[in-house]
Design a protein around this ligand. Structure first.
Ligand SMILES: Cc1cc2nc3c(=O)[nH]c(=O)nc-3n(C[C@H](O)[C@H](O)[C@H](O)COP(=O)(O)OP(=O)(O)OC[C@H]3O[C@@H](n4cnc5c(N)ncnc54)[C@H](O)[C@@H]3O)c2cc1C
Length: 359
């Protein structure tokens, strides 16, 4: 339920010593931000509308094994990201997929080798492992969607949040010195607009462009491990008109052995078919999968997932947003780019900015 009342804005108070900070969103950006603020001594509460932390670094569990149906792998170029990951090496594994490029010309599929420029890493046992581990020390409100940000009724220099969930419940969480939005840009925009906050930032957010992605997950328990089943590659970028990426889940370290594939539709195709019926999308992507891989067997498990906000096309062009007078901030991959690493750097930079401004 979204309030339409005009919010009062907390008056800025330079002498305020922050102790309580709300982070909205428990993806990589939100948890990198929360973790850094907690390490600096702040009390942080994280609000997440899903059942677990991870956001787009998610793992779908099924009776046939798990699927990384969001992030496929990540790169580690920023030394601060490397340092953070080094604290939990058991959860981060190198994925040496023989990545190749598949091209579709006049209905024919051509396969050509493509060298890997940067090392690819995955979470283990699933992609969400790292964010979940880093989120563990935080006060995490799961299945709790923030609907409105407003001035605290009892302490007007602070913020309070109206939330829904778990289930039908609604609550007010009060007494925050700062509120940080770690959401996809469109969802951040919606929340700021509903709360009538930061109109200039809303205008900036409207310029950010993010593409959707339909994702197909397939399991073939009939395939015997070690036997020749399908192509001899583990992952591919594809120029097929429907499919842009395919990966064999079993090729990732620490995964279950049943043959499983994750297939991503291209941004253009996903956009054109965004509101299509899921069964139709599944049938079309399955056909494309067969055309690219040559696998004709019927998968006993086939599901699709629609990511409305998947990968940034046009980023904000700055690492984060921090409004010191209102003590409101924003972070997310869309600030810098489209990668997990961008989300980490954005969350980290926001936390450092907030800590410096408020100490
Ligand atoms: C299909 C797909 C494939 C990808 N492949 C790769 C890849 O191979 N390599 C790579 O580096 N990156 C990849 N990415 C991008 C990568 O997943 C993102 O860059 C990164 O995970 C973004 O993290 P984030 O914290 O900014 O946002 P998110 O992970 O989206 O986190 C935002 C969180 O906010 C929550 N939320 C939203 N609204 C509310 C609300 N009102 N109240 C409470 N919670 C809310 C959401 O549930 C979510 O958990 C891929 C993404 C997708 C979807």
């Amino acid at each position: 339920m979204t309030s339409t009342k005009r919010s009062r804005t907390p008056k800025s108070s330079p002498a305020l010593v922050p102790s309580r900070i709300a982070v909205i969103g428990a993806g990589m950006a939100g948890i990198a931000c929360a973790r850094t603020l907690m390490q600096a001594g702040h009390e942080v509460q994280v609000f997440e509308k899903s059942r677990g932390a991870g956001g787009r670094m998610s793992t779908r569990r099924t009776e046939f094994g798990s699927f990384d149906h969001g992030t496929q792998y990540f790169t580690v170029r920023d030394p601060r990201f490397k340092k953070a990951l080094d604290t939990s090496p058991e959860l981060v594994k190198a994925w040496r997929a023989n990545t190749i490029q598949v091209q579709d010309a006049a209905g024919r599929v051509v396969v050509a080798a493509k060298p890997q420029q940067h090392e690819h890493w995955v979470g283990a046992p699933g992609m969400n492992a790292i964010v979940r581990h880093w989120a563990a020390p935080a006060a995490l409100h799961l299945e709790t969607q923030v609907m409105h940000i407003e001035a605290d009724r009892l302490q007007p220099q602070r913020w309070q949040l109206q939330t829904t969930g778990p289930g039908e419940s609604t609550q007010v969480h009060a007494g925050f010195d700062a509120v940080l939005l770690a959401l996809p840009s469109t969802q951040a925009h919606t929340l700021l607009r509903a709360s009538r906050l930061l109109p200039q930032v809303q205008a900036q957010l409207a310029e950010v462009d993010v593409a959707p992605c339909w994702t197909l997950m397939l399991a073939f328990p009939q395939a015997v491990r070690g036997s020749a089943f399908g192509p001899h590659w583990q992952a591919a970028r594809s120029a097929h008109h429907r499919v842009s990426w395919l990966a064999r889940e079993t090729s990732k370290p620490g995964r279950e052995s049943i043959e499983r594939w994750t297939v991503q539709a291209s941004p253009d195709w996903s956009l054109r078919h965004l509101e299509d019926d899921a069964e139709r999308v599944k049938a079309k992507l399955l056909r494309a999968f067969t055309e690219v891989t040559g696998i004709r067997a019927t998968p006993p498990y086939a599901e699709v997932h629609r990511w409305r906000y998947a990968q940034t096309i046009k980023p904000l062009g700055q690492s984060h947003v921090w409004d010191a007078s209102q003590r409101l901030g924003l972070c997310g991959d869309w600030c810098l780019g489209r990668r997990v690493e961008d989300a980490f750097v954005s969350g980290l930079e926001l936390a450092l900015g907030v800590h410096t401004a408020l100490k």
